[in-house]
Design a protein around this ligand. Structure first.
Ligand code: EPU
Length: 336
């Protein structure tokens, strides 16, 4: 177990915000986590469990204990004629798992290539991209109860997955710590290439296979999304809003080219990036915070931005999207 006092969280958040935490604990086994949870430091302070820090925006120093998993195992637990089941430690870097699956001819997560973050957070956030959500590959989520340090397993259905949503962000927020996730991967990949022009892009580099799908998605992401090592960011800052069909139809009359995704008979999802761009924010900068010039859904730290500077920009965007379209954008990023 690694512990530290008063350390900077700069290496632990992709927005590149320089704040400190009173205590930092990194554990590399369930047993170590259980010991940490029963310690006075954890019992007497508030705690924040972080993954790769790719969905956090720190507004000030953290007065409490930051916990981080270094459980990094990838273990094949069973296999049948169609599937391989992998139990993956919560501290495994998400994209390293995708690379492992692609190298071992296992399908199911290739569309989620290059998403920043770690496996534990992927199961909290239900990460998604290019028509696939991670919950489709999750069998169960293994956790430890923060209060009692007792192990508990949540089968997929008990996780109440939705768009960028799970029970771990709602009723059970802060109550359980994920230690590993059991994934079911396909031996015979079932490619999902209907998102925009994905199939066309894959065919430009060769056959449809796991390697080529991964390579295409990595190239698309690299062309649109800023590299957090160069410009601090947390991927999509807002969620794509779901609006009523009635509201959508009235917007479509005014903006015939408005992109949209079918949700249900009564609802449509609209890309927040499009709404923000229409309001003229793409590439705009206020102080050290800016809207990315290639994807308006991403806010970037131009260097030395404080969390409040990013929030100020986010609020201006929310006001203007609300005034123009009558839509309230909700941050996907957590303010801490
Ligand atoms: N668009 C614009 N202007 C922009 C950005 C987008 O007009 O500045 C339009 C695009 O032309 C397209 C539509 O909006 O018609 C959708 O854009 P894109 O395919 O880039 O995806 P997105 O809806 O903006 C979502 C996810 C991303 C994920 C991509 C691909 C959310 C909040 N974001 O973005 O996830 O990679 O789809 O599947 O659902 C993340 O969560 O951090 C993330 C990057």
């Amino acid at each position: 177990m690694k512990t530290a006092l008063q350390i900077s969280l700069l290496p632990y958040n992709t927005f590149g915000i320089d704040v400190k935490t009173d205590f930092f604990i990194e554990y590399d086994s369930i047993a170590e986590l259980q010991v940490a949870l029963q310690s006075d430091i954890v019992k007497q302070n508030r705690i924040l469990h972080i993954g790769g820090g790719s969905n956090l925006l720190f507004l000030k120093d953290y007065k409490g204990v930051v916990l981080h998993s270094a459980i990094k195992s990838i273990e094949k637990v069973r296999e049948d004629s169609d599937f391989v089941y992998l139990k993956v430690g919560s501290g495994v870097v998400w994209d390293e798992l995708v690379a492992y699956c692609v190298e071992n001819d296992l399908g199911g997560v290739e569309n989620l290539s290059l998403i920043p973050g770690e496996v534990g957070a992927s199961a909290v956030q239900n990460i998604g991209a290019y028509g696939v959500e991670v919950q489709e590959a999750i069998v169960e989520v293994n956790t430890v109860d923060v209060e009692t340090a007792v192990i508990r397993t949540f089968p997929n259905l008990a996780c109440c997955y939705g768009y960028r949503d799970s029970i771990f962000k709602n009723e059970l927020k802060g109550k359980y710590i994920i230690t590993s996730v059991l994934f079911r991967l396909d031996k015979k990949p079932n490619f999902r290439l209907s998102y925009q022009h994905l199939e066309e892009e894959v065919l430009k580099i060769g056959n449809v296979n796991l390697q080529n799908v991964r390579q295409t998605i990595v190239a698309i992401r690299e062309s649109k999304l800023p590299n957090p090592k160069i410009s601090g960011n947390a991927g999509s800052f807002f969620m794509n809003p779901v609006i009523s069909k009635k509201h959508f139809v009235s917007l479509q009359e005014k903006y015939p080219n408005i992109p949209h995704y079918y949700v249900s008979e009564t609802e449509e999802k609209v890309p927040a990036g499009w709404l923000i761009e229409q309001c003229g924010w793409k590439g705009k900068r206020i102080g050290n915070a800016a809207v990315h010039d290639k994807q308006a859904l991403v806010l970037v730290n131009k260097g030395g931005a404080s969390g409040s500077e990013i929030v100020y920009l986010a609020e201006q965007i929310q006001i203007s999207v609300n005034e123009t379209f009558g839509i309230e954008l909700k941050p996907e990023v957590n303010y801490i």
